[in-house]
Write a protein that binds this ligand. Structure first.
Ligand code: UDX
Ligand code: ADP
Length: 464
C-alpha cells in the first residue's frame, strides 16, 4: 500500500516537528498538520519563522523547505482526516487533574475526541497511528470507538511512539536510534505496518526500524522514559551523598560512565528533571501497576518521582539556608525557566517548583530565560494555584536582559543549562549585585574556581 496523504491531529511539540521532518524527507507525500487551536496554527503558518510556536534548533529550516510544498498547517480537522490514508494522533495526554486516577492516570479525553472525529469524518478505510504517549492498551480503546462509530469502515491501529527529546528534536528525527512500530499480527495489520515502515525507510536504515505487537510498543515508550528518569534520579540521589562526603558527583558520573555496561549519557546531576514526559509516564505506569495490584512494582517506580521532588525542594531549601534562613523581601534572580536548554517548553520545569517554594517564603523573584516569555512564566505559576494571580505578578518579574535581571539581587540561581549563561561577563554581574553575592548553579555549568575567584559564594549540585 502506498500512502500519498497523511495528516496529524495535534500541532504541538511532537506533532509539529515530526510531521515537518516527514514532509521534508517525503516530498511526494502531502502532510497536513491540524489543530483546534487557531493561534497555534497561525503561528505555524507565520511567514516569519522566528514566530513558530515550537522552538527547536533547525526546525525553521525544515519548515522553510517543506511548508507550502507538501507541508500544510490547518484548523480544518475534518477535511484533513477525510482526504488522508494515514492519520497520526499527536494530541496532549496530560496527567488527570480530576476524578478517578487524579494525579496519576493519563487523561485520555483528547485522544477519545480524536478517535470520534476520525470515525465521523472517514469515508474510506484508514490507518490510525498513535504518536502521543499513551497507557498500555489505549489502542484497544481507540479501535473500539472507531469500530463502533465508524460507518462500518476498517481501521488499522498502529503504535509509533516518539522518542525525540526536545532541544534535539530535528537531529533525533533525522537519525533516530530506532523507530518503533507496533501493529496487529493479521494480514491487514501487516500491510498497515509495512505502509508506515516504507515512509520511515526513506531515510532511516532498515535495521533501525523495529516492529512489534501494539502492546509491546506502547509499553516500550513508558519503559524507556522510566529508565531515563530513573538514571537522573539515581545520580541526583548520589549528588546529596556527594555533598556531605566530599565526593564530586561529576567525577563519580565520569568514573561510572566509562563502564560500558552503565554508559556515560544521562548522568548529569541537576536541580531535577522536568518536561512533559518523564513524570507523566512514570505516574501512568505506577497507576497501571496499582490497578493490577502490583504494589511493589508501583512503589519501586514511584520512588523515582519522589527523589525528583526531593531534589527540587532541596535546592530551594539550600538557597534559603544560605541566605541566613530568610529570603523574605530578597531579590533572587532565576537564569532559565525552560525544563532544559534549547527549548521554549516549560512543562514540569524544576524552575516552577523552586520558584513556588521561594515565593512561599516571600522572596522576590526575577526571571530571565532566552526563549520563555513573561506570560508563560505567569501561566506556569498560576497553574499551581498556590497564590493569587495578582500575587504572582507582584512578586515575580520577567526581564529581557540578563544583566538587568541580575542587578541588585542577593542571589542568582541557574535553573536551565543554556549555553549563553557560560559566556556572561560574571565579573560585571558580580559588581552589580548585593553582597555577599551567592550563585546557586542548579545545572553545574559554571566553574567553582572561577566564580569564587570573582568573589561569589558558590553552590553547585553534588560538589563538596
Ligand atoms: C524525554 C525522552 O528523552 C524522549 O526520548 C521522549 O520522547 C520524551 O521525553 P525530553 O523530556 O524532551 O525527552 O528531554 P530529556 O533530554 O530526556 O530531559 C528530560 C529532563 O531530564 C530535563 O529536565 C533534563 O534537564 C533532565 N536531565 C536529563 C538531567 O537532569 N540530567 C541528565 O543527565 C539528563
Ligand atoms: P505534545 O508535547 O505531546 O506534542 P502539545 O500539548 O504540545 O503536546 O500538543 C498537543 C496539541 O494537540 C495541542 O496544540 C492541542 O490544541 C491539540 N489538540 C488536542 N486535541 C485536539 C483535537 N481533538 N483536534 C485537534 N487538535 C487537538
Amino acid at each position: 500500500m502506498k500512502v500519498t496523504k497523511i495528516c496529524c491531529i495535534g500541532a504541538g511539540y511532537v506533532g509539529g516537528p515530526t510531521m515537518s521532518v516527514i514532509a521534508q524527507k517525503c516530498p511526494d507525500i502531502k502532510v497536513t498538520v491540524v489543530d483546534i487551536n487557531q493561534t497555534r496554527i497561525d503561528a505555524w503558518n507565520d511567514p516569519d519563522l522566528s514566530n513558530l510556536p515550537v522552538y527547536e534548533p533547525g526546525l525553521d529550516k525544515v519548515v522553510a523547505e517543506a511548508r507550502g510544498r507538501n507541508l500544510f498547517f490547518s484548523t480544518d480537522v475534518i477535511k484533513a482526516i477525510e482526504e488522508s490514508e494515514m492519520i497520526f494522533i499527536s494530541v496532549n495526554t496530560p496527567t488527570k487533574t480530576y476524578g478517578e486516577g487524579k494525579g496519576m492516570a493519563a487523561d485520555l479525553k483528547w485522544v477519545e475526541l480524536c478517535a470520534r472525529q476520525i470515525a465521523t469524518a472517514s469515508k474510506e478505510d484508514k490507518i490510525v497511528v498513535e504518536k502521543s504517549t499513551l497507557p498500555v492498551r489505549t489502542a484497544q480503546a481507540v479501535k473500539d470507538i472507531l469500530v463502533n462509530t465508524g460507518n462500518g469502515l476498517k481501521f488499522q491501529i498502529l503504535s509509533n511512539p516518539e522518542f525525540l527529546a526536545e532541544g534535539t528534536a530535528i537531529e533525533d528525527l533525522e537519525s533516530p536510534d530506532r523507530v518503533l512500530i507496533g501493529g496487529d499480527d493479521t494480514p491487514e495489520g501487516k500491510i498497515a505496518i509495512q505502509a508506515l515502515v516504507d515512509i520511515y525507510a526513506r531515510w532511516v536504515p532498515k535495521d533501525r526500524i523495529l516492529t512489534t505487537n501494539v502492546w509491546s510498543s506502547e509499553l516500550s515508550k513508558l519503559t524507556a522514559n522510566a529508565f531515563l528518569a530513573q538514571r537522573v534520579s539515581s545520580i541526583n540521589a548520589l549528588s546529596e551523598l556527594c555533598e556531605v562526603t566530599g565526593a564530586d558527583v561529576s567525577e563519580v558520573a565520569k568514573a561510572i560512565g566509562t563502564d560500558s555496561r552503565i554508559g556515560s549519557k544521562f548522568l548529569k546531576a541537576s536541580v531535577g528533571f522536568g518536561g512533559s514526559c518523564f513524570q507523566k509516564d512514570i505516574l501512568n505506569m505506577v497507576y497501571i501497576c496499582r490497578s493490577y495490584q502490583l504494589n511493589e512494582v508501583a512503589d519501586y517506580w514511584e520512588q523515582v518521582i519522589k527523589m525528583n521532588d526531593h531534589q527540587k525542594a532541596r535546592f530551594a531549601k539550600k538557597i534559603i539556608k544560605s541566605l541566613y534562613n530568610t529570603v523574605s523581601g530578597k531579590k533572587i534572580t532565576f537564569l532559565g525557566w525552560a525544563f532544559k536548554k534549547d527549548t521554549n517548553d516549560t512543562r514540569e520545569s524544576a524552575a516552577i517548583y523552586v520558584a513556588d517554594h521561594l515565593l512561599s517564603e516571600q522572596a522576590k523573584i526575577c526571571v530571565y530565560d532566552p526563549k520563555v516569555n513573561q506570560e508563560k512564566v505567569y501561566a506556569d505559576l498560576e497553574y499551581l494555584n498556590t497564590r493569587s494571580s495578582d500575587e504572582n505578578r507582584r512578586h515575580v518579574k520577567v526581564m529581557n536582559d540578563p544583566y538587568e535581571a541580575c542587578k541588585d539581587s542577593h542571589a542568582i540561581a541557574i535553573l536551565t543549562e543554556w549555553d549563553e549563561f557560560k559566556t556572561y561577563d560574571w565579573e560585571k554581574i558580580y559588581q552589580n549585585m548585593l553582597k555577599p553575592a551567592t550563585l546557586f548553579d542548579g545545572r553545574n555549568i559554571l566553574s567553582k574556581e572561577e566564580m569564587t575567584k570573582i568573589g561569589f559564594r558558590f553552590y553547585a549540585i553534588g560538589k563538596p
